[in-house]
Design a protein around this ligand. Structure first.
Ligand SMILES: [Zn+2]
Length: 59
């Protein structure tokens, strides 16, 4: 999984007006409450990479 793919997941799986994940509904006609497992996974991945980058950047 590349950062680009993770960014794509994050940009598609967004909260809809009814509290359901808009990305899951549009892509898979699936009604999943937001954050869905994809959004949770992608934001966890993103936070981990951002933390590592921040720590690497420290003197
Ligand atoms: Zn979703």
């Amino acid at each position: 999984m590349t950062e680009h793919q993770v960014q794509q997941i994050l940009s598609v799986h967004l909260p809809g007006v009814d509290g359901l994940c808009a990305g899951c509904r549009w892509w898979w006609a699936r009604l999943a409450p937001y954050p869905c497992s994809q959004a949770e996974w992608a934001s966890r991945w993103h936070a981990r990479v951002a933390t590592r980058r921040f720590l690497d950047g420290l003197p």
